[in-house]
Design a binder for this molecule. Sequence first.
Ligand SMILES: NC(=O)c1ccc[n+]([C@@H]2O[C@H](COP(=O)([O-])OP(=O)(O)OC[C@H]3O[C@@H](n4cnc5c(N)ncnc54)[C@H](OP(=O)(O)O)[C@@H]3O)[C@@H](O)[C@H]2O)c1
Length: 513
Amino acid sequence: MVTPSRIARRNNIARTRKKIIEKQPCSLVIFGATGHLTATKLLPALFHLENAGRLAKNMTITAFARREWSLAQWQQHVSEALKDLVNEKTSTPQQKKLFAQFLNRFRYHQGSFDDLSAYQRLANDIHCESACVHTVFYLAIKPTVFATVIKNLALAKLNQPCGVSRIVVEKPFGEDLKSARMLNKLLHQSFQEEQIYRIDHFLGKEMVQNLFVFRFANTMIESLWNRNYIDHVQITVAESMGIENRADYYDQTGALRDMVQNHLIQLLAVIAMEPPASWDADALRDEKVKVLRSIRAIPKNAVNQFAVRGQYATGRVEGNKSIGYLQEKDVPKDSTTETFAAIKFYIDNWRWSGVPFYLRTGKKLAKQTSFIAICFKQPPQQLFHETPLESICPNWMMLSIQPEKSMNIEIHAKQPGLGMETHVIKMDANFLNNNEHGLDAYHTLLLDVIEADRSLFIRFDEVEMAWQVIDPILRHWKIKNASNPMPTYRSGSWGPKETNQLLVNNNHTWRNE
Ligand SMILES: NC(=O)c1ccc[n+]([C@@H]2O[C@H](COP(=O)([O-])OP(=O)(O)OC[C@H]3O[C@@H](n4cnc5c(N)ncnc54)[C@H](OP(=O)(O)O)[C@@H]3O)[C@@H](O)[C@H]2O)c1
């Protein structure tokens, strides 16, 4: 449940090191422990929770990995991954002690995903750690191996009993509607729904959680939040980096599956949903599903009018020379994977009828930034004759998700002086004070899994609806690949020029800041 008090509580975690809270001990097992996600997100998040005193005293963390490493080698790997957070030279004795306590939680379990005996040994080890009441299995692994790991967990009876073991599944959940249903069926053969945590880390972001509060705790905002006042909505998740040596994953996935089907569609649902009846996890998710059900299906023969794709070519990103996607290591020279996608959606319901929602995301774009831009309608009549009509721009509300976490409203005010002329002023509100650091989404979400709170995790009907919206585009692009060249865009730009066409008919333009 996301309540203001809960968000405040989480912020406190960042600031205050509380006393260790005695909780039911939990055993966390990470599959894919030597991978990128574990090193860059999970380990820092766990250490942060350690620092905040949020891990129960006898909680253990098991790294399941295939490398023939000793525990000492694994601990060395953890130290290396956290070297920016814990510095041997500058740390105080107290910080060193805390880090030693953190390293002590780890177990290293060597095994391959397809080796059942490794799971049986794991089951044995977990049962021997009699203090651990709950076990969380975190699948920080490629979707291609989900099925193997899920089946072996069940064969080793690590899925039992319900309420004791939980499983966290990373995105993408399937590669289309059909495969997502198959994966869900497979999960349900071994785990009950309340054991399954489908993660979309965007929902753990501070600003995204703030959207709930912002919308539903402020009458002033909520009363404007509909088609009578809002002209259109833009959601941008732009990355300045490329695929970072992850060609084997990215080339099979592309921007639509990697970002739009999950993160951007979730943002759209949070912006467009009705107020839930209560802050119960299912009430919240019911409302998101209603929005997804109301998204107008994109007709097969008109996909081009609603969706644009592109692949980055050479260019300069933030001043540095940059290679194109096809020159990236391990990317096939004839790859037709899109690294950019932009889509126009309509939500056919009472609140949003006729309001376009534009979504775009891409790699090697001009800036690393994620924001929601809400454009309000023009006033019905232009009163201020001294100001040429065409210079009156609409009011905008900008909600920055990352790197800044801020809200900015652009409104008209009188220009100082004798005439009745107007100019635009900006009202800025940062959600964090200068000395505050927001939590990373994984801090929040890992704590939620440990505490068995599923509100910020995705229910399967949300996944299903999102695939239903995306599938026709995927199919159309697949067919198109055979006959059409892939549009490209210069690295460091805002995407292919065709992207502007999505907005032109409605007389709109992209906001790039
Ligand atoms: N990386 C991110 O920032 C990020 C962000 C959001 C979501 N995700 C999602 O998180 C998941 C993992 O991504 P990642 O980037 O961490 O992948 P990754 O770096 O390729 O890590 C995969 C891990 O799986 C292990 N592995 C593969 N096959 C194995 C086998 N047969 N037996 C035992 N271990 C095996 C690898 O071990 P070896 O090291 O021994 O090969 C490695 O530890 C993906 O679903 C991805 O979509 C990633």
